[in-house]
Design a protein around this ligand. Structure first.
Ligand SMILES: C[S@@+](CC[C@H](N)C(=O)[O-])C[C@H]1O[C@@H](n2cnc3c(N)ncnc32)[C@H](O)[C@@H]1O
Length: 337
């Protein structure tokens, strides 16, 4: 099946990687900074539940790029003359139009023609207030086609102020190759967005730790405090005294970048101690690490992976709230001999 997905600008590399991990036979047809068209051998309900996509649609039809009015007329004909809506249930629906990122209204005759065709093909009734199926006519600046789509998602919820956002947190977790028996740690957990994303998938144990946990400005969310097999700590990530050596299988974390948050030492010294601490707590054979850093901080940590007995496998360039950032992904070095 063909799908159209929108995501937060700047997360494209991580999104494509996550889709390749989550879905069967993914083939990217086209992509721009905040959306992509792809084919996948996975059913629409699975795509609709991917927490890191802002919006996902199944593509029911594609025609050459033209005006929204002309597209509505052509899709109305296709709806009546082809089985494209064959499997749609009898429920209410509404139609929406988005061209080059702007919501548009269709001229009344074209809208009526499209909605009458959908009603005839499906037996469903138009309901302009929504609540039923949404059919979208979509045009994108860099795509030579107009798409006729069914919406699969209701959109991601924004995270707490200063937190990463549920979509990016989930993408970072997916990049860590999560496993059901993982002993997971976020040692700079802040609002807990990464821990929450990790708890949404099967895990063995999880630890939330942040030096400021419990401070008036950083209360640990009850969804984390009350969860089974989750430990909450307020420890220095450079020491982690409660965590035994070699006990953690996966760290996914967003440390201070040394640019927007003050550190007592320079970032290079901080990063050296952080990587030594991660080397101590990560399992010697299976340990995996995903770091989110500013582009500048990532230049510093890049050279520190080998000395922490870790291999940096991939670096993805991202935009996080308009700031250039990198996601560094890797794990223990393969054993020789
Ligand atoms: C960039 S924020 C993490 C934000 C988090 N990912 C979120 O979504 O809310 C970095 C966090 O590291 C914590 N922190 C700073 N230095 C620390 C240290 N040495 N050990 C543990 N936590 C520390 C800060 O309190 C802050 O919450």
């Amino acid at each position: 099946m063909r799908y159209f997905a929108q995501f937060r600008a700047g997360l494209g590399e991580l999104v494509i990687d996550a889709l390749r991990r989550d879905l069967r036979s993914v083939k990217v047809v086209s992509s721009d900074g905040s959306s992509l068209i792809f084919d996948a051998g996975t059913d629409p309900s699975t795509i609709g539940n991917l927490g890191y996509l802002k919006n996902a649609f199944s593509v029911l039809g594609m025609i050459r790029r033209c005006s929204a009015q002309r597209a509505a007329e052509q899709f109305a004909e296709q709806v009546l003359s082809t089985p494209m809506l064959r499997r749609q249930g009898r429920t209410s629906f509404r139609t929406m139009v988005s061209v080059d990122g702007r919501l548009l209204g269709l001229p009344r005759p074209a809208k009526t023609r499209l909605e009458s065709a959908i009603a005839k093909a499906t037996g469903a009734r138009p309901s302009p207030r929504g609540g039923g199926v949404e059919y979208w006519l979509i045009g994108r600046r860099d795509v030579e086609s107009m798409l006729f789509c069914q919406r699969l998602t209701t959109g991601i919820k924004p995270g707490a102020a200063g937190s990463l956002g549920a979509d990016l947190a989930m993408l970072l977790v997916m990049a860590s190759d999560p496993r059901p028996d993982d002993v997971f740690l976020d040692p700079f957990a802040g609002s807990g967005s990464i821990v929450r994303a990790r708890m949404a998938l099967p895990y063995g144990r999880a630890t939330y730790s942040d030096l400021a946990a419990g401070a008036p400005y950083l209360q640990v969310p009850s969804a984390i405090r009350r969860r089974a097999r989750v430990t909450v700590l307020a420890e220095d990530a450079l020491e982690l005294p409660s965590i035994s050596s070699g006990s953690v299988s996966s760290i996914v974390t967003d440390p201070p970048w040394g640019e927007y948050d003050r550190l007592d030492v320079d970032f290079a010294a901080f990063a050296r101690r952080m990587m030594a601490s991660f080397d101590r707590v990560l399992q010697p054979r299976r340990g995996r690490l995903v770091l989110l850093l500013s582009r500048r901080a990532a230049e510093v940590t890049r050279g520190l992976w080998p000395s922490a007995n870790l291999r940096l496998v991939q670096s993805h360039q991202l935009l996080v709230n308009g700031h250039s950032a990198s996601a560094q992904i890797g794990g223990r070095l393969p054993r020789v001999g």
